[in-house]
Design a protein around this ligand. Structure first.
Ligand code: NAD
Ligand code: UGA
Length: 334
């Protein structure tokens, strides 16, 4: 299920890396994969696994690994420089994700965590001359794909406040990188709707598979014809590690799963995998929810030697297995 890079692209794994957002969906997978490849990892997150259930679950497999140091800290205010000595790469995944809540009262949090905290991080990273920063950007910066895959040179058309903050975040990192005194290379990865074990509970595939296993209904916003270029988490993480290991200049790179799939087809797939009929509750499409995303991954292939390797059926099946193992573990604890 893992992507493999052609031998032609030389890689040098860092010996030590910092991962922000380490207790999150993508961050926890990244820490785990880096540790498995022999990299020492400092993870930072504002969610404390001692008190936050999702953070504890996400970090369960690595929390006691002696090569993993976890620091509870909020990048809006915490001391960042003490996290960085010896780090060859900072993977900046901390942020507030999710399109819909960004229209409302949470907007200030999006700005503070996705933009202002990134500014603090970039000051620290460039002052300490960390060689590489990889930042988590988003497919949402494109707006809707218009009949062809989105390429990194397309004019961005963010359709939600969230997307505006993600565009600002990646461009802020790149603006720091362009300063003559900056020694840090910045790589912005535009991830396309990532799914798999530990996916966030607000995301569609997780809600759908939960509905299939509990018998509760899932809300479908819009007509179900909207498409997403769903990307399996191991593939996204392989691209992320490559972005921290391959010689590169400042750049933006799409990380997409290999083509758009309509939500209706994802629902069919979930029903086939679970042998259950899923009940749907229809609601109007929500503002900022784009009709289609689809990644042109030519740049990722050329620069990282990366292509997505996991079909949706395979990835959803792995997510289902993980959900089942989580249920068995919680039954065993009772
Ligand atoms: P997540 O919510 O599971 O993880 C984000 C983590 O960042 C959380 O653990 C959160 O506590 C932490 N965080 C937020 N603000 C912080 C702060 N100020 N200081 C310290 N920690 C902070 O989300 P995710 O799905 O893993 O997404 C990770 C990153 O990837 C985000 O930047 C998101 O915008 C981006 N992204 C995700 C997807 C996706 O499909 N999951 C797609 C595109 C981009
Ligand atoms: C996802 C992530 O949530 C964002 O954080 C990320 O930035 C973005 O991918 C990205 O690619 O950049 P999204 O594509 O909206 O955003 O992913 P989901 O939240 O899983 O939603 C997918 C589709 O399902 C959307 O059309 C959404 O409206 C729909 N949906 C979601 C439902 O119909 N019902 C739900 O309960 C949840």
């Amino acid at each position: 299920m893992h992507s493999t890079a052609p031998l032609a692209i030389a890689r040098a794994l860092p010996t030590r890396a910092v991962v922000t957002g380490a207790a999150g969906f993508l961050g926890s997978h990244l820490c785990q994969a880096l540790l498995a490849q022999g990299v020492d990892v400092v993870g930072v997150d504002r969610r404390d696994p001692e008190t936050h259930r999702t953070a504890a679950l996400n970090l369960a497999a690595i929390r006691h690994d002696p090569r993993f140091i976890f620091v509870t800290g909020d990048l809006r205010a915490c001391a960042i420089e003490p996290l960085l000595p010896g780090a060859e790469v900072v993977f900046h995944l901390a942020g507030i994700p999710g399109v819909h809540p960004s229209w409302g009262a949470d907007f200030d949090d999006y700005v503070a965590c996705n933009i202002s905290a990134t500014q603090r991080l970039m000051h620290a990273v460039t002052r300490l001359r960390v060689p590489r920063l990889v930042v988590a950007s988003s497919s949402s910066v494109y707006g809707s794909a218009n009949g062809r895959p989105s390429s990194e040179t397309d004019h961005p058309r963010p359709a939600s406040p969230y997307a505006v903050t993600k565009l600002a975040e990646e461009q802020l990192c790149l603006a720091h990188a362009a300063r003559p005194e900056c020694d840090t290379t910045v790589v912005a990865l535009r991830y396309f709707t990532v799914y798999g074990p530990r996916q966030r509970e607000d995301m569609f595939i997780q809600r759908l598979l939960t509905a299939a296993t509990t018998g509760q209904a899932v809300t479908l916003y819009g007509n179900g014809k909207q498409t997403r270029d769903f990307t399996y988490v191991d593939d996204a993480i392989a691209a992320t590690i490559a972005a921290g290991s391959v010689r590169l200049s400042h750049c933006v790179i799409n990380v997409g799963g290999g083509g758009g799939t309509a939500l209706h087809d994802v629902i069919d797939q979930a029903q086939r995998l679970t042998h259950r009929k899923i009940s749907l509750k229809s609601e109007n499409a929500r503002s900022g929810d784009v009709a289609a995303t689809c990644a042109d991954t030519t740049t990722a292939q050329g620069t990282l030697g990366w292509t997505p390797a996991t079909r949706l059926e395979e990835g959803m099946s792995a997510q289902l297995n993980w959900m089942a193992s989580r249920r068995s573990a919680s039954i065993a604890r009772v």
